[in-house]
Design a protein around this ligand. Structure first.
Ligand code: ATP
Length: 333
C-alpha cells in the first residue's frame, strides 16, 4: 500500500515507525510492541519501509495488531532498512517533513543507531514532528542505554560459534584468531571474550601490542593450556584478524587458524532478552509520544527505562567497562 492510499486523520492520531541503519534482531519485536501499544492508545500506526529512503518516497504501510502477528521471533526487520544520503541534506529533510505532514503523521519512532537519531532530530527541528528514538544496533555503542536491541542475540550467536571452535582449538593446540563485529567499538568482542573464555581480546579502545600478544600465547602453551583463543574486534587499530595473525606468525612461527564470524552475528531469531527489551522500549516510546515528549531516545539504564536527549547520543561516548578487560586477563591464566 502506498502513502496516498492512507486515510487522513487528525494530528497525533497517527504515528509512524521506521527502522534505519544496520538491521538488528529484535527490531520486529519492537515494531510489534509499537503497533499494539499504539492501538491500545487509539493511534493509527504507519510503517515506513526502508528507513529514511522509504520516507522520502512515501513508501508507507498501515500496520494493525494482526499485521504484526508472528514476527516477534523473526530476525531482521519486516519494514526493511536502508542507508539514505539524501536525508542528510536540507532538501531531504524538507521532503521528509512534507511527506509526514501530508500523511498526518505527527509522531515518529525511529529504531537504529546515532545516525538514525540525527535524522530524527533534524525532522523534529524542521517540522512540527514529535520524535522518539529507540536504540537498535548489534554494536551496542549507543550512549544512554546499557543495551541496544540486537546486542544480546549477536553475542550469543558469536558465543555458540566460539564454543564450537574451542573444541577444535583444544584438539589442534593452535592459536585461533576469531574476528567479531565492531567497526569502531569493542563491546561485542569484550562480552564474547569473557563469556567464551578467551585468552586475549583485542579492541579498538586499547592499543594492541603484538609483542605482548605473542608473549601471552607462548606463555599460555608453556603453562599447559590446550588452546589459545584470541577475540579480535574487526575495527581493532592493529588491523583485522588476518593482519594480526600474520604478525604473530612472523614472530612465533606457530601455525594458526582464523575465523571471521561476519554477518551470522547480525541475523537469527532474537533472544528472550532482546525480545523483552524491544517490547519494553517500544511500549515506552508510544507512551512518550502520547504524553507529548519529543527529541529523546528511550533506553534502559540499570534495568530502568531512561530517556536521553537525542543530541547526547552522538555527542557523548558510551564507556566500555575496563574492569571486564582486567577480569579477562585474570581468568585467562
Ligand atoms: P548503525 O549502528 O547500524 O550504523 P545508524 O543509525 O548509526 O546505525 P547510519 O548509517 O549512520 O546508521 O544512519 C542511518 C541513516 O540515518 C542514514 O543512512 C541517513 O539516512 C540518516 N542519517 C545519518 N546521519 C544523518 C544526519 N546527520 N542527518 C540526517 N540524517 C542522517
Amino acid at each position: 500500500m502506498k502513502g496516498e492510499d492512507l486515510v487522513k486523520r487528525d494530528f497525533m492520531k497517527r504515528i509512524g515507525v521506521l527502522t534505519s541503519g544496520g538491521d538488528a534482531p529484535g527490531m520486529n519485536a519492537c515494531i510489534r510492541a509499537i503497533v499494539r501499544c499504539g492501538a491500545r492508545n487509539k493511534l493509527e500506526v504507519v510503517g515506513i519501509r526502508r528507513g529514511y529512503a522509504g520516507l522520502l518516497e512515501g513508501d508507507l504501510v498501515r500496520l494493525g495488531p494482526r499485521l504484526v502477528a508472528n514476527i516477534i521471533q523473526r530476525g531482521g526487520t519486516v519494514l526493511e532498512t536502508a542507508r539514505c544520503e539524501e536525508m542528510k541534506t536540507p532538501e531531504g529533510i524538507k521532503k521528509a517533513v512534507q511527506v509526514l505532514q501530508r500523511e498526518g503523521i505527527a509522531g515518529l519512532v525511529t529504531i537504529g543507531g546515532d545516525g538514525t537519531f540525527r535524522g530524527a532530530m533534524a525532522l523534529a527541528e524542521a517540522g512540527d514532528i514529535k520524535v522518539i528514538g529507540i536504540p537498535g544496533t548489534i554494536d551496542n555503542d549507543v550512549y544512554g542505554t546499557d543495551y541496544a536491541i540486537g546486542f544480546d542475540t549477536a553475542i550469543n550467536t558469536a558465543l555458540s560459534a566460539i564454543d564450537k571452535i574451542r573444541d577444535t582449538a583444544g584438539s589442534l593446540q593452535r592459536p585461533f584468531f576469531i574476528e567479531v563485529m565492531g567497526r569502531e567499538r569493542g563491546f561485542i568482542a569484550l562480552d564474547v571474550g569473557i563469556a567464551g573464555g578467551a585468552e586475549d581480546i583485542l579492541i579498538p579502545e586499547t592499543e594492541t601490542k603484538i609483542e605482548e600478544l605473542c608473549l601471552n600465547i607462548r606463555r599460555n602453551f608453556k603453562r599447559g593450556k590446550k588452546s589459545s583463543i584470541v577475540i579480535v574486534a574487526e575495527g581493532d587499530e592493529a588491523g583485522g584478524a588476518f593482519r594480526i595473525a600474520q604478525q604473530v606468525w612472523e614472530r612465533l612461527r606457530l601455525d594458526y587458524r582464523i575465523c571471521v564470524l561476519g554477518h551470522i552475528q547480525r541475523g537469527g531469531s532474537p533472544t528472550a532478552r532482546d525480545r523483552i527489551l524491544a517490547s519494553k522500549l517500544g511500549a515506552a516510546a508510544v507512551d512518550a509520544l502520547v504524553n507529548g515528549k519529543s527529541g529523546y531516545m528511550v533506553g534502559e539504564l540499570k534495568g530502568e527505562i531512561a530517556f536521553t536527549p537525542l543530541k547526547e547520543t552522538w555527542e557523548k561516548r558510551k564507556e566500555l567497562d575496563n574492569n571486564l578487560l582486567q577480569l579477562m586477563k585474570v581468568l585467562a591464566t
